[in-house]
Design a protein around this ligand. Structure first.
Ligand SMILES: [Fe+2]
Ligand SMILES: [Fe+2]
Length: 467
């Protein structure tokens, strides 16, 4: 079987500059958020341009959240860029997701004072015809209700472009849709084809923490679906939505493996996309991560795009930590930008607010004392150089690690050993609240937080997966 290369981009969140109604987007400081909205046009244009260079894959996949929030202007400009990509010889396949429409047909723009104003947006049904030429026109089968489709990229490769969007608080496939999915897989396999898929929402959680804060963002029955895909011979699913650069896997009871290859948002922190090289005969796929570092014409304070978006991101995390303690109402919308829903934020106030208060004041020396000084295995001499250092920047790097993937903090360092001992102590202290924590999806605090410092096993960026 021939090998196949594809590019996967996701969560491009294109935001047309026309949505700064009568205003200049660059007249205002960039919003502190995980996405760099006002630079989205430049970033996407630059990446699509670079994909047209010699030797780049012919096939480009985009797995949803094409636009900021479904603005008509954003879609029109985004589609024009995709049409241009096709004119330059690429084959482009897209699915849409919840950021591509608004139920009421209204999204937001900004007026000349940077205040929010209404702008027209697409409704979900508008997307069907609008992106028909990016996949469904060529499909061997379409699941009309969900707009999912199956397309034969070559006589040997079938892509399932699945639309798992079932409204703003639900993602997944109905049993009826899964019957269609199964039929597409079996039909392709009868012809000896290799099948892989893309869907918007995470099938497997990218980290234990994500499952806690954003369980509603995960695909319904994700693990069971993943195992079903694996047993059907579909081992690779390309996903987005979480904006987290991650690869997770699960093995079915029959011993078949499934990989959820989640790619970060192209216009966020970290600004990344991937190239996959499928080699079914070797039962493997080599995965390469590309970071968008220099975008001509884009003002990034003299920094690389990844450094710039990281700075914005860390600024937001810092605001979150401050408001969680001092202004919980201001904290809620900020945390919402990181997938913590409003109802959950309110429900978890009892733990979030005191936790933030504690974290904001903590120094490494205080932690060392709290967990018993040298009895925790760290000597006075080891702690001395970092005794007065605040832990907030360390905690912020943990948050950044969640998104960037491949956390590789030195496990021999004093900070890591101290953090580990501290989290284990918190596990013990929180035992009386075990059932409350379990109800919130927390097995243990150490299990939740240690993976943000050091990840064992499967890399998130570059690797070769085997199936
Ligand atoms: Fe997104
Ligand atoms: Fe999304």
């Amino acid at each position: 079987m021939k090998t196949l290369d594809v590019v996967i981009l996701t969560d491009t969140h294109y935001y047309s500059k026309k949505n700064w109604v009568d205003g200049d987007p660059y007249a205002f400081p960039p919003a502190r958020e995980q996405l760099y909205r006002r630079g989205s046009e430049e970033i996407i244009r630059h990446v699509l341009d670079s994909l047209c260079e010699e030797g780049e894959p012919e096939i480009v996949l985009i797995s949803g959240d094409l636009t900021n929030n479904g603005e008509v202007t954003s879609h029109e400009e985004m589609r024009e860029l995709l049409r241009e990509l096709k004119r330059r010889g690429k084959r482009v396949y897209v699915t849409t997701a919840t950021h591509d429409y608004r139920g009421e047909g209204v999204s937001y723009g900004f007026d000349r004072n940077n205040q929010k104003v209404d702008v027209p947006a697409f409704c979900r049904e508008d997307l069907r015809a609008f992106y028909q030429e990016f996949g469904r026109d060529e499909a061997v089968s379409v699941h009309e209700q969900t707009m999912s489709y199956a397309v034969d990229l070559t006589p040997e490769y079938r892509l399932l472009a699945l639309n798992d969007d079932r409204g703003y608080d639900h993602a997944g496939y109905t049993d009826e849709c899964f019957v269609w999915i199964r039929a597409q897989i079996l039909q392709a396999q009868e012809k000896g084809m290799f099948v892989f898929a893309m869907t918007h929402h995470p099938v497997l959680t990218p980290s234990p923490l994500y499952k806690l804060i954003a369980s509603g963002d995960l695909l319904e029955n994700g693990e069971a679906r993943a195992k079903a895909f694996a047993d059907l011979g579909v081992h690779v699913m390309l996903t987005g939505h979480s904006h987290i650069h991650n690869i997770s896997s699960v093995t079915s009871d029959k011993g078949n493996v499934f990989y959820d290859v989640s790619t970060a948002a192209l216009v966020g922190f970290p600004p990344k996309y991937r190239v996959l090289h499928f080699d079914p005969d070797a039962r493997s796929a080599a995965i390469e991560t590309r970071t968008v570092d220099h975008v001509p014409g884009l003002d990034t304070d003299g920094l690389s795009l990844s450094a710039f978006t990281e700075k914005q991101f860390l600024g937001t995390v810092s605001d979150i930590l401050t408001t969680a303690e001092t202004d919980y109402e201001a904290f809620i919308p900020l945390a919402n930008g990181f997938s913590l829903r409003e109802d959950k934020a309110r429900k978890l106030k009892w733990i979030i607010q005191p936790a933030a208060k504690m974290v904001n004041r903590l120094t490494f020396g205080k932690i060392w004392k709290l967990i018993g000084g040298k009895r925790c295995g760290i000597s006075r001499g080891e702690i001395a150089p970092i005794r007065w250092e605040k832990v907030v920047p360390f905690a912020m790097q943990m948050a950044a690690n969640l998104f960037r993937g491949d956390p590789a903090f030195d496990t021999d360092s004093v900070q890591y050993r101290l953090a580990k001992a501290f989290f284990v102590r918190l596990d013990k202290l929180s035992k009386p609240f075990a059932s409350k924590l379990k109800g919130a999806g927390i097995e243990s605090i150490s299990g939740l937080l240690l993976p943000l410092l050091h990840k064992e096993g499967l890399p998130d960026g570059d690797c070769t997966i085997t199936f």
